[in-house]
Design a protein around this ligand. Structure first.
Ligand SMILES: Nc1ncnc2c1ncn2[C@@H]1O[C@H](COP(=O)(O)OP(=O)(O)OP(=O)(O)O)[C@@H](O)[C@H]1O
Ligand SMILES: [Mg+2]
Length: 220
């Protein structure tokens, strides 16, 4: 599904990710664990092809980062649910249409869209928010909307960037339960976090990163 082959990424500031090598198979659940600034978001962006390596290559769903065409990036992204650390909700659409967006892009019928959006909103405690706008929601609620949007079309891969960062214990547990449920349906998950207790609650393979380098890749 995903493979990193001697990947190096250098920013203008001199900061870099170095010699990243790992594979993630279909149906795997993997934590990407490391402190703030270690490179978690950058790795997710490399997979989403928002960033490209300076050396080495990233392979996602059969496509190689080197020389990839825009059209193929769009194809890959249709099959990936990305939960951005900064949410990226559309401010001029209400919560319902934010969540419905991936289904609309894929051309689903409106009654099917309704059924799926309502289901995911129920699972994530957002049912009373569907006709509000993003600015009317708390940070934690917006975070759950971002998760709802990225999972509503049952993608092949979920890239979740600190999806519980703004949540209290109860909402965080709901989010974790939802992600594991999606995973049980056959979706590969790469879950970035700096919180050790998350890893301990539901152990899974953990790729640990520090200062742009993988320092451990441990399966349970
Ligand atoms: N566009 C950029 N230009 C320059 N440096 C960048 C850029 N994006 C990230 N970096 C640097 O790369 C390093 C890794 O950043 P990244 O956002 O991947 O870390 P992170 O592990 O996601 O951190 P956090 O837990 O705080 O979200 C940081 O030192 C950051 O300053
Ligand atoms: Mg980050």
């Amino acid at each position: 599904m995903i493979s990193f082959d001697n990947v190096h990424l250098r920013f203008d500031t001199g900061i870099s990710l170095r010699d990243l090598n790992f594979d993630i198979e279909k149906n795997e659940f993997v934590y990407l664990y490391g402190p703030s600034g270690s490179g978690k978001t950058s790795i997710l962006k490399l997979i989403y092809m928002d960033l490209f390596p300076n050396d080495g290559q990233v392979k996602v769903l059969g496509h190689v980062s080197t020389g990839i065409k825009r059209r193929d990036i769009a194809r890959i992204r249709q099959r990936i649910g990305m939960v951005f650390q900064k949410f990226r909700l559309l401010s001029d659409r209400d919560i319902y249409s934010n969540i419905a967006l991936p289904l609309e892009i894929q051309g689903h019928k409106s009654n099917e869209i309704r059924r799926k959006v309502v289901h995911v909103a129920d699972e994530l405690g957002l049912h009373s928010r569907l006709h509000h706008f993003p600015h009317e929601l708390s940070g934690g609620e917006q975070q759950r909307v971002a998760l709802a949007r990225s999972t509503v079309n049952s993608p092949d891969i979920i890239l979740a960037d600190e999806p519980t960062a703004h949540l209290d214990e109860k909402a965080s547990a709901e989010v974790m339960e939802w992600i594991w449920k999606i995973h049980a349906g056959g979706t590969s998950v790469l879950f970035a976090t700096h919180k050790e207790h998350i890893l301990k609650q539901e152990p899974a393979r953990t790729i640990s990163i520090d200062s742009g380098e993988i320092i451990q890749d441990r399966s349970v």
